[in-house]
Write a protein that binds this ligand. Structure first.
Ligand code: RP5
Length: 186
């Protein structure tokens, strides 16, 4: 292999090791929901990777992804799927990394409960931290909170995020009280 090719490969590998969160989904049709996790991780400047891994259509890829995740330097996996949503649970069965599951209301969902229960009702010993239906943003925030336990920069960003959220709600309450006075805020 030429020297430049070798060093290019080194740079790519180094980059892969810096990735802290793996966002995976059963199909690219899950992306409109799952991209909310990517957006919030970008806000917190947390490096992530995003790809399709299907429990049913690419079972070998799923086993490989889960088995290599920790040694590749990932700290958390966010897994989203719809319908018979086996991806998060199967990933959790193959890694000791925390797995956050995002139930998705997809084309093969009856009403979303199928996805929720497939991800939520895991047996003892193999937990999946399950967020609400389509709540990929919250999955991203939990991932950031996990990273934030050992990364002060991320922890500080989370504190700012929560402070901004509080300010915005207090502002809304203030605006409402101008038209709808309440004894609590008097
Ligand atoms: C699930 O089936 C995927 O996670 C997706 O939510 C759903 C539909 O997939 P496509 O048929 O759109 O590829 O495995």
């Amino acid at each position: 292999m030429a020297k430049t090719e070798k060093s290019k490969k080194k740079i790519i590998n180094k980059k892969a090791h810096q990735t802290h969160v793996g966002i995976i989904m059963g199909s690219d049709s899950d992306l409109p929901v799952m991209q909310d996790a990517a957006t919030i991780l970008n806000e917190f400047a947390i490096p992530f990777e995003l790809t399709v891994v299907s429990a049913h259509r690419t079972p070998k890829r799923m086993v490989e992804y889960a088995s290599q995740a920790a040694s590749r330097g990932l700290k958390v996996i966010i897994a989203g799927a719809g319908g018979a949503a086996h991806l998060p649970g199967m990933i959790a069965s193959l890694t000791i990394l925390p797995v956050i599951g995002v139930p998705i209301k997809s084309s093969n969902s009856i009403d979303g409960w199928d996805s929720i229960l497939s991800i939520l009702q895991m047996p003892n010993g193999v937990p999946v931290a399950t967020v609400a239906l389509n709540a990929a943003k919250n999955a991203g925030i939990i991932a950031a909170e996990i990273i934030g336990t050992s990364d002060k920069t991320v922890a500080d960003k989370l504190i700012n995020y929560k402070t901004d959220m509080e300010k915005s709600v207090l502002e809304k309450a203030k605006n409402l009280s101008a038209k709808w006075p309440n004894n609590f805020d008097e």
